[in-house]
Design a binder for this molecule. Structure first.
Ligand SMILES: [Zn+2]
Length: 240
């Protein structure tokens, strides 16, 4: 099933994975994704799973979606500047070896825009990249949900074919685990809907009341014994 919105037909039937609406308010200088949640990978959070995802990113020319992902409008020009590694005279370079460039990518599998934020000190003792992107609103029509993974503060899905996807997530429905609050509730609602439909509905935006008590107890628990749940595990957790 594809993500549905009551007022919009968001899915291109030939590609299935577009699912993107931009919100702009020109007077205020605002431009951002209206439905898809933001996801940021800090260097300290990057794990083998993050690297698996980063490794499939393709570098591309910046477009309007990349401009919506920089953390401040003043950073937009840096999307068009070379890295110090490519040009020591770049406007984003400083002192010939420091760098604060921005780099545009897209996710080869889901087509989502990704912005890399470079931070390199002059001495090079710190040389790291942040990555900002949007979560998809759904898996693609032919993707089959296999397992859910919690990884260092990030939430992923692995499909039956082994493909890694950021967990579909709608803006304003942030996920969390290990405490009682909105984040674990939103996550439990999403996973409950996946379990209830045997993995057929993987669209983001399940309302809180969909949260199964057994799955909610798992997402709220500070004492999880695993960070991966298969579809069978999710079904077994259900109490509703
Ligand atoms: Zn750079």
């Amino acid at each position: 099933m594809s993500y549905q919105h009551k007022d919009l037909n968001l899915t291109d039937p030939t590609r299935g994975s577009l699912h993107f609406v931009m919100y702009t308010e020109l007077r205020m200088g605002l431009a951002f994704g209206a439905l898809n949640a933001h996801v940021t990978f800090h260097p300290q959070q990057q794990t083998p799973l993050t690297r698996e995802w980063v490794d499939r990113l393709e570098r591309c020319e910046p477009n309007a979606l990349h401009c919506s992902l920089v953390s401040a409008q003043q950073e937009i020009p840096a999307l068009f500047h070379p890295c110090v590694e490519e040009d020591k005279e770049s406007p984003s370079a400083f002192a010939g070896s420091g760098c604060e460039c921005r780099r545009s990518f897209y996710d080869l599998e889901f087509g989502m825009p990704v912005v890399g934020e470079h931070y390199r000190t002059v001495s090079g003792n710190i040389d790291q990249w942040f990555y900002r992107t949007y979560a998809p609103l759904d898996l693609r029509p032919d993707d089959v949900f296999d397992r859910f993974i919690v990884d260092n503060g990030h939430f992923w899905v692995r499909t039956e074919k082994g493909l890694l996807s950021i967990l579909p997530q709608q803006t304003a429905l942030g996920y969390g685990v290990g405490y009682e609050g909105g984040g674990p509730h939103a996550l439990a609602a999403y996973l409950s809907e996946v379990a209830a439909t045997g993995g057929k509905n993987t669209a983001a935006g399940a309302p809180y009341e969909k949260a199964d008590p057994g799955i909610l107890a798992w997402t709220e628990s500070p004492h999880r014994t695993t960070n991966e749940l298969t579809l069978q595990d999710l079904k077994a957790l259900r109490r509703g």
